[in-house]
Design a protein around this ligand. Structure first.
Ligand code: 173
Length: 321
């Protein structure tokens, strides 16, 4: 016969586990970047930590990369709640709002953006125009570069066809390039078929999809700063219980706290790896370099001010160095 106190203890235990699971939320997350790349390796490490330390509170279910949701559709999927969270970059969701791509222009660390009001200003726009919470920035200190199959000797890409995303469009067109937009997953084939003579990409990551095989030159220095961030459906974010939100924000801050070391190291490693792979560096003289970098920021900000003057002004004031 089962003793009554055992029954009571059993019932109490069942009730306890019920109330624990009622507090646990599982968030579905996708990445706009390829699963085998460095960004997603970092993301998955973070998710493992979130899940290990967040039992009974917050769990993240990583659904996959561009095979699950195409790169340029991740923004809309987060906006509409098809998924709860995404790892993406603004250039991949300008189809949600043009402001998304402005974050490449920031010149101060995310830690400072949180302190000086830039982070709040970003969230205001992301909430209102994209139904998203902008949770945190995973990538910084990763300038973009032009990678080429043909040599140039001045800051002029006339006659070249370059693979782009919205990040590079205005700048590359300003220095004469013909451009073609593709997600990262189509760069290799475009190079292989000779459809493009080069592409834009940050300093790190060209080995992830084997582009080094088709790359002969890199133009230095880099320009802008690759922004890769975690975004979340705003309704889902608002539905989090206070303890869940606090936990998620704590883990996001832990992720950002790695940025100052991780990205500097990655730049050094990837630069060395490119050199070993035989990729030659193209540098211009001082005047040419200035012209090149000025053209990048002039084109980037001009387009931002045209698309969304108030936010562009605020962001430029708060995040230029
Ligand atoms: O695909 C891209 O070139 C691009 O826009 C981007 C943005 C941030 C990080 C890596 C790539």
């Amino acid at each position: 016969m089962i003793k009554p106190w055992k029954l009571a203890a059993g019932a109490a235990l069942a009730a306890a586990s019920l109330s624990v699971s009622a507090q646990e939320i599982t968030l579905r997350m996708v990445s706009a970047f390829a699963e085998n790349g460095y960004y997603v390796q970092l993301l998955q490490k973070w998710i493992a930590k979130v899940n290990a330390e967040g039992r009974g509170n917050v769990q993240i279910n990583f659904i996959g990369g561009p095979k699950a949701i195409p790169t340029f559709e991740v923004g809309n999927a987060v906006k509409t709640g098809v998924v709860d969270m995404g790892l993406s970059t603004g250039a991949f969701y300008t189809n949600v709002m043009p402001e998304a791509d402005f974050l490449k222009l920031t010149q101060i660390p995310i830690a400072e953006q949180r302190k000086n009001g830039a982070f709040a200003a970003i969230n205001e726009v992301w909430n209102k125009k994209a139904n998203m919470a902008y949770l945190g920035r995973m990538v910084e200190n990763q300038p973009f570069h032009v990678y080429l199959t043909k040599k140039v000797d001045k800051p002029d890409l006339t006659g070249l066809k370059i693979r782009i995303t919205p990040v590079y469009r205005d700048f590359f067109q300003a220095i004469g390039a013909n451009v073609v937009t593709t997600p990262p997953g189509e760069v290799y084939t475009a190079l292989e078929r000779g459809v493009v003579d080069g592409y834009g990409w940050p300093i790190g990551g060209i080995f992830d999809l084997n582009w080094q095989e088709k790359t002969k030159y890199r133009i230095d220095p880099g320009f802008y700063d690759a922004e890769v961030s975690i975004i979340m459906n705003l309704d889902k974010f608002k539905a989090l219980k206070p303890a869940q939100r606090a936990y998620l924000e704590k883990q996001i801050l832990a992720l950002e706290a790695q940025n100052p070391t991780i990205w500097k190291n990655y730049t050094a490693e990837e630069t060395a790896r490119q050199e070993k792979a035989g990729i030659q560096v193209i540098k211009f003289d001082a005047a040419g370099t200035k012209k090149y970098i000025d053209a990048a920021y002039d084109a980037g900000w001009a387009s931002a001010f045209k698309a969304s003057p108030d936010f562009a002004k605020k962001l430029k004031t708060l995040t230029s160095n």
